[in-house]
Design a protein around this ligand. Structure first.
Ligand code: ADP
Length: 428
């Protein structure tokens, strides 16, 4: 019965034994043919030597042909025309028996000699029997050896499978054993381990995100609850209730903003926000954002200057990019103290890029925090950010918006000396 899906070990063993047996068979046939040819060659040579000796004895009459036949064990016949000069007993040899013949003739006489080839046949027969016994034995050994070797070679796969089977979402820090990183299985395990590391990092990020998001959602709910409970404990005037409702609505606003931003980021990361790219003049976009937020700056007596030079055409989704620039300028206004200075500029560089700069004279971002401020929910000063109504997602959204437009965000800041966000976009 055929095995439908033999294991790799079985297949390796069969291939190994099959190939080895084939090689041994070819080798054995070669050896047999070679030995056979050389045995017959030497028998023929013996017959030729016999003919020469008989010829010599016959011509020079130096000996007795009968005695020669006994000495050499050769069968021969010497004839002179129709006359038989000498003929050994039993000549001619029976045609059924194996004999090797040779002849020597001139105009006067003819010598025919024959040697029994039974010893040669026996030797060849013995050789064939030895080979016929040895080849199945060798094939059997190849099977056993191959099975053992294949088992040893495939052992790391078994170990990897055992470990991989135990890995779950909670144990993504486990790694497959790498016995030799430079062989094929070692490389496979290393690649698998790298994938595990990426998955682990992604899971960790997801876990942190879920924890952060829950925390962010809980804070306004807690505030609403405590404001509600406190006001329920005492009777308030109409003005008092209005105040309570107002502060609750503030928290609802915060919650709404948070949920909207979360939704936006999640959909953006899943690539589910369709982008409509068109040629946009950055001057219009930056002027529009500045005009929209100017009132906030004025409330804080901040000086907001806008510098725009020449037309700057960029291929992007205007709504998405506007959202990103709005977040940057909103942060500048939020974190810069009253009477501070905020500058927004759009220009193009000789290298062919379009650049938008949002600079403020605010508290700046310490160097240690600069590479993390674009992470979701990361804040330099947690309490201050909450006071200003931030959700901790503004910069993450800004970065996505700029990158979705094919650009990048750079940050230059020295703590206490203001902040500069530079958006670099390829010009169309
Ligand atoms: P938030 O909602 O807190 O503003 P963001 O993602 O927009 O969240 O910003 C992350 C953090 O980066 C802020 O909490 C703040 O600490 C810091 N930050 C952002 N922009 C500025 C700025 N212009 N000046 C100083 N700090 C800033």
């Amino acid at each position: 019965m055929m095995i439908a899906h033999p294991t790799v070990r079985a297949r390796l063993t069969l291939w190994h034994a099959g190939a080895l047996t084939l090689v041994i068979c070819l080798f054995a046939v070669g050896v047999f043919l070679f030995v056979r040819a050389s045995l017959y060659r030497s028998l023929d040579q013996q017959v030729r030597d016999d003919l020469a000796t008989i010829e010599k004895v016959y011509r020079e009459e130096t000996g007795d042909l009968g005695e020669l036949a006994l000495r050499t064990g050769t069968h021969f016949e010497v004839t002179e025309g129709p006359t038989v000069v000498h003929r050994t007993a039993g000549w001619p040899p029976p045609s059924a028996a194996p004999f090797r013949q040779g002849a020597l003739a001139d105009s006067a006489h003819r010598i025919v000699a024959a040697r029994d080839e039974t010893p040669v046949r026996q030797t060849l027969w013995t050789l064939a029997i030895i080979m016929a016994t040895a080849i199945p034995c060798a094939a059997g050994l190849a099977l056993i050896g191959g099975y053992f070797l294949a088992g040893r070679v495939l052992a790391p796969v078994g170990a990897m499978a055992d470990t991989a089977r135990r890995i779950t979402a909670d144990s993504l820090d486990a790694r497959l054993p790498v016995s030799n990183s430079s062989d094929e299985f070692g490389r496979l395990a290393s690649v698998f381990n790298e994938t595990l590391s990426r998955l682990d990092a992604a899971f960790e990020q997801l876990r942190r995100f879920t924890a952060d998001a829950s925390h962010e959602l809980r804070t306004p709910l807690t505030v609403m609850r405590s404001v509600g409970e406190v006001s329920l404990q005492r009777s308030l005037s109409a003005e008092g209730y209005r105040e309570v409702i107002g502060s609750m609505l503030e928290e609802v606003d915060r919650l709404t903003r948070l949920v909207e931003n979360l939704l936006l980021l999640t959909r953006a990361e899943a690539g589910r926000i369709p982008l409509t790219r068109a040629s946009v003049d950055l001057r219009d976009l930056v002027a529009g954002v500045s005009d929209g937020l100017r009132v906030l700056a004025e409330e804080k007596n901040q000086e907001l200057t806008v510098e725009l030079t020449g037309p700057i055409a960029v291929e992007c989704d205007a709504t998405v990019l506007r959202q990103g620039i709005t977040n940057l300028l909103h942060n500048a206004i939020k974190f810069t103290p009253p009477k501070g200075i905020i500058r927004v500029a759009a220009s193009s560089t000789v290298a062919g890029d379009a650049v938008i700069e949002v600079e403020d004279s605010g508290p700046g971002i310490p160097a240690a925090d600069q590479h993390r401020v674009f992470e979701r929910f990361y804040r330099v000063d947690h309490s201050r950010s909450r006071d200003t109504g931030g959700t901790g997602l503004g910069l993450a959204i800004a970065r996505w918006a700029v990158e979705a437009s094919g650009g990048r965000i750079e940050l230059e800041s020295v703590a206490g000396q203001g902040t500069l966000f530079r958006v670099v976009l390829p010009r169309s």
